[in-house]
Ligand binder design. Sequence first.
Ligand code: PGA
Length: 248
Amino acid sequence: MRKKWAMANWKMNMTPTEARAYMTKMVPRLKSKDTEVVFFVPSIDIEAVVSETSGSNILVGAENFYYEDKGAYTGEISIDMIKDAGCKYVLIGHSERRNIFNENDDLIHKKLLKAIEKDIGIVLCVGESLSQRENGDTFTFIESQLKSAFDNIDKNQLKNIIIAYEPIWAIGTGKTATDDQAEEVCAYIRSIIKKLYDNDAADNMNILYGGSVNANNAKNLFDMPNIDGGLVGGASLKEEFENIVKRD
Ligand code: PGA
């Protein structure tokens, strides 16, 4: 049985003071028996969020890192740094990193290899643009993103990897993919994992949906057979996130 996940992606929001205040209020409200909760936060907020979540089941992740261990990379942070600060997860391949910061498939692959080597949890994002969807290129594009990311990665290196399907046209737009659209692509992603590895790898892979998830649509999305939870941007900055975690 795969778990359900409710993951927050704060993006470039929340000062450390705001982060602390939000977590003080929310941590007691985010207890859930059957949903794992992870907060991806800006690196400057990691310390505050790790300290506010200590003693809870909530885990903290970094939104970004560089794939080298150390050295002359002004402005970057390494996996050793974020692990030392208490992070259990990293986000790789988010469309905002790909599109605004020009992260290409090669860089994403290098980050994936480093995160596997460092034994940290990984959420790998894939997803098509609106024009790719309209041109009928969704499946071929997502297959190419997955093939490039998983190049030379063995089945026994998959255990820390979660995939997030995030159609770019649904991110921050308020335009959520329908349950069926999200399910269709998540099922397709699972079929690609089966093709690249085997049945067992496909069955065990956690696959999330992200893109305008909110308190109203989370339950139906998370209940789809191939969707194991969500990566939540805007709604994770609000009290509404409690309803996404609990879905009652
Ligand atoms: P959104 O962002 O929920 O604000 O659409 C999701 C994401 O980018 O991870």
